[in-house]
Design a protein around this ligand. Structure first.
Ligand SMILES: [Zn+2]
Length: 166
């Protein structure tokens, strides 16, 4: 039993080092993309991964990266399953992840996804990750990627990305 527990912890440690290709400062664990690490009846390590945004081309890259990292640590056989039973939501992002995002200069999702609904309500007043001012203005609903919106701070005048709540 202990061996399995130890192995699970090691698995999570490794996953914590695998970053999201779009936001390299966040790991797949920070984002809440890993839905579980289990051993199946064939003694295979099964990692369940839910991609952040549908149609994200990064999923295959991540699958490969996880498999390679586990193999490197002799944690085999490993299987990465893409779990689409539930759509990923920003609610799954860890507090740690949100803090890292902010330090990186991206405003983390505000509030809970279920209160935003499927239509992302964007308003002014998202906290500026640079100077923490709430005097900010939405410039564009889409920034570098569809999952981010572009804001500008009215105080420090810095533009910043806001990671939308979904
Ligand atoms: Zn500012």
């Amino acid at each position: 039993m202990n061996l399995i527990r130890h192995c699970t912890e090691q698995c999570w440690d490794i996953l914590q080092q695998i970053s999201d290709p779009e936001i390299p400062v966040l790991s797949v664990v920070d984002l809440g993309m890993i839905r579980g690490v289990d051993l199946n009846q064939q003694d295979e390590i099964v990692v369940r991964l839910t991609p952040t945004y549908s149609g994200c081309p990064a999923t295959d890259v991540l699958k490969d990266e996880i498999e390679q990292a586990f193999t490197k640590h002799a944690l085999t056989p490993v299987k990465v399953i893409v779990d689409l039973s539930e759509a990923w939501t920003t609610d799954w992002m860890s507090q740690d992840g949100k803090d890292k995002l902010k330090k990186y200069g991206i405003a983390p999702p505000k509030g809970e996804a279920h209160s935003c609904g499927t239509h992302v309500a964007l308003s002014d007043g998202i906290e500026c990750p640079h100077c923490h001012s709430l005097q900010t203005k939405l410039l564009s609903e889409f920034s570098s990627t569809a999952c981010k919106a572009l804001y500008q701070c009215q105080d420090c005048l810095e533009p910043f990305d806001y990671f939308k709540c979904i």
